[in-house]
Every structure is written in C-alpha cells, then in structure tokens.
Design a protein around this ligand. Sequence first.
Ligand code: AMP
Length: 545
Amino acid sequence: MADGLNMNRQLLVSTLINYAGRNHGATEIISTDSSGNTFRSNWSLIAERSQRLSSALASEGVKQGDRVGTIAWNDYRHLEAYYGICGMGAVLHTINPRLHDSQIAYIINHAEDQVVLIDPDFLEVAERIAHLVPSVRLWVVLGDEAPKSSVAVKYVCYETWIDEKREVLIWPELDEWAAATLCYTSGTTGNPKGVSQSHRAIVLQSWATCTGDGHNVNSGQSILLAVPMFHVNGWAIPFAAAMAGAKLVLPGANLDAGALVEHIRSEEVTFSAGVPTIWLSVVQYLERTGRDVPSLKQIAVGGSAAPSSLIDILEDKYGVSVSHVWGMTEMTQGSAGRFTHRVERLEREEQRKRQSMAGREIYGVELSLIDSEGQEVDRDGQTPGELLARGPWVAGSYFRHDDDSTHLESGDGSWLRTGDVATINDEGYITIVDRAKDVIKSGGEWISSIDLENAAIAAPSVTEAAVIGLPHDRWGERPLLLVVLHNEAELSQEEILDVMKPQVPSWWLPNDIVAIDQIPHTGTGKIDKKVLRTQFADHSWSAAI
Ligand code: AMP
C-alpha cells in the first residue's frame, strides 16, 4: 500500500473561523476604537460578518488570488477582513500605516491591491497616495460612515457595504497551497520584500502557536493582542485564537501602557504578546503607579532582543512567565521560549540565562548556522554564524522578487538566509548576536550591538539604549552608545560603564556615550539604526571615553 488512507481535506483559513463560529460562538472579541469606545463582538458574529464581507468583495469583482489591502488597527473589523478576504480565496495584504507614504504606495503597487480596507484614522493617507496607486479601484472605510468620493478616491462605508442585501457567499474549497496572506518586510535595507503565506502554512503555524511550546493559545485564554495585526499577521495569533476558540482583546490605536494595563485588568487577560518596547513601558507604568496585573500569567516577547532586566522584573515581581522568542515576517514564530521539564527544575539563575536567549528551536522551523565559507558551524553556543531556517511555513521565495541571494541551495535542500548572526547551543537555544548589517567589526572581531544595548539598559538612569558602529582609524569600527535618560537623570558615563563592565568583555565597551531625547523606531518598533547612523555620521571620537 503506497498512501495512507486519510481523507483529503485541505488546510484552509476558512476552517478556522468556521470552527470558532460553530463551537465558540459566544466567546467574546473585545475592541476599542480610536475614540476609546469599546465594542463587544464574538466568534459567531465575526464568522457571519466576514462571510458578508466576502460577498461584498465578490460583487466588486474581486477574484481568487487578487490582493486586498488593509490599513487598519487591531479591531474587530480588521479581524473580519482577515477571514473575509482569505475565506473567498483573495489574498489578505496587511499594510503598515506607520510606513512613509512612498513606501505604502510602493507596496500597494507591487502587490497590485484591487481594494483597500482603511481605518478612518488613515483617510489622509488615501487622499495623499490614491493617485499613485492605480490598481486600487475602491477604498472601503472601516466605520459607520465614509467621506464623499472624489474623482481621485472612491470610498464606500464598510458597514453599509457588507449590509447590502446579498447572498452569503459559500466559501470555496480552495487548494491549501493557494496564497492566503501577503506581508512585506520592514525594508531597513532596500525595498520591502513581500512574504506570501499559503492557507496550509497559516493553518500549520497556527497549530504551532497553539501548542504549549508555541504560545499555548487555547480556549482557556483571554488574549490581549499587543502586536499590530499589520506586523507578521499579528504573529498568527488572530488565526490561532480562532483555531483555539480563545477570547481576544483588540486594543485599537492606543497601545499606551495605561490603556494596556486597563484592558488586562478589565478583561482578565491571561496571555499577551508584543515587542520589548511595549513591555518596557508597561513595567515602567506598573512601577510608577503601584498597580499590578494579577490575571496575566504568560507573555511572549520578541521582534527584537528582550533585555534580561525586563524579563526578571516581569517574572520575579509580577508573576508573569516570559517566553522570549525569535521570529521574522518570513516565518512568524521561529523559536520556543517555554522551559523544558528539566529547565523548570533548575536554579533561577540557570533559567535566567536561558530566558535571555531568543528561544530554542521549535518543531517546524529547522535552524542551522554557516560561516563565511558556507560551512556548517557547531552548535556550541559560542561560535557565531549566519542563521538559516527552513520549514513548511518558512518563505521559500519572495513575491515577484528574482534575487536568489535570499536563499541558499545546499546539498540537502533550500534554506532561507535570515540575515541574522547567531549562536546555537546544544539545547537548541539561539542567541541573536546581531543583524548581519548591525554587528560592529572591531579589529577583525565582532561586537554585538544587541548585547551592549541590553547591558546599558540595566543602568538605573537609562530608559532606552541603541548602539551603532562608527568608523574608527585604528579598529575599523567602534561602538557608540546612545541613551535616552529617565526624566530627571543627568548623563554619567561612569555610572553607565560601571553597570556594563561586569556584563560584557572590556574591549566591547562603547568608545563614547551620548544622551539623546528619543531613539528613532521603524514602523514595526525596532530601533532605526539607519537613521542613527546618518544622524551620527560626523560624530568625532575626540571626546571619547
Ligand atoms: P520582522 O520581520 O520585522 O519581524 O523582523 C525580524 C527580525 O527581528 C529578525 O530577523 C531579528 O533580526 C529580529 N528579532 C526578532 N526576534 C528577536 C529576538 N528575540 N532577539 C533579537 N532579535 C530579534
């Protein structure tokens, strides 16, 4: 007998919402809009309304495989868009509203979006770029009303549009390999690249997200989605939540620490996910106000390196178990942060060491390291190499992008070149040394800007730190540390260096420390080192420490 005898059922996004609507219909989806109003929906309503959205899209001529853009916050209408667009076989293209107009226009044109669903908060973007994006024939305003259409921009109001009497579209039995989503990388070098996930990949990665070693998304959780739904499909959590039938809290535009803590307390949130900056601000808020978050049992933090001091205070003072993970647009979650049975029983200090790393290899995303000659590097936790990844939900290529340097063909198949420099230890834990382009090369050796930032942030006067490499006559490149200080603090290089010294090799210590008012961030909350490098291009080492 050659094949197994299972049924041939396709892994489709529509099966997730169908399941949630049928079995967890009353489980709530809570959203807050830009005026601070709360709307309580549930999986049954989301399922029904997303089907009506599909029907409206079909009547507009949107066909299977066509791309439909969203420029929206985390709210229930965006969630309906996730399912309504994918359900009918169109491709959900989430667009980051924090990008520059020219980048938004670039990716809409590259994706050839036919229709864009847009939050009223971003109508000015539509007004500014509509003439640059000829493929978009309709802008659907995600609200109760829409502005009058002009020659340049044709608007309809989402609520009226999906309400018009139409037959509910029965979602087609698609091929599971069909594209479901399209998400562009941040594009910190060159133009953003499009990552397209198939229905199959979305269902598989959602399953991984629901496992205990993933994010443990299950029907017992109330989840606050503090990751924008335009960033890596909200780390697949909007899909995993339907697979599990979990309660979902969507905070809308306001990601201030006070608002997030309010959501956690009022909706008895048990799990949340977000980038380190979000959790740093939440911890600062809790410390300042003396409030706590008793329902919150577990968070996932990733997207950039989480400082150990942040993890420690969340674990030790607020009783939140922290899963520090690594991932990227090209695969969503790429590592597991949960302690194994053995590590769970180790001294806290041993656990801390592991938590400061970026998680360990998770089933489904195979990792490997290579040196500059393309030879495999040992998993000794010491020797850095370029991190490669492959697996059923890792991008095999980019959308309409011919450059083959993004992947490596080896004797045993194709690997994605992640652009990260990392080490892997014998337990499978990865440590992200740096982005290949951010690592500082001093006297032929590498200095990790991430480690220096983490060391600096442990200084009591420092709220945020960024390290960039600048040219140096003797060493080639040396680190410059830029810090944002607490309100009343004055810059003391000595104080900061004293805190850093026990944490990093002495030759890594920055040659200069400069206080700045704020650190620029990219649209996805990462430190924008490109901007800092330009800003400090003329920095002189003459006053160096
Ligand atoms: P993005 O595609 O915008 O999510 O960016 C992915 C990149 O973020 C990765 O290639 C890493 O450089 C970085 N990143 C993600 N998670 C971590 C982490 N836990 N520690 C350090 N860097 C991370």
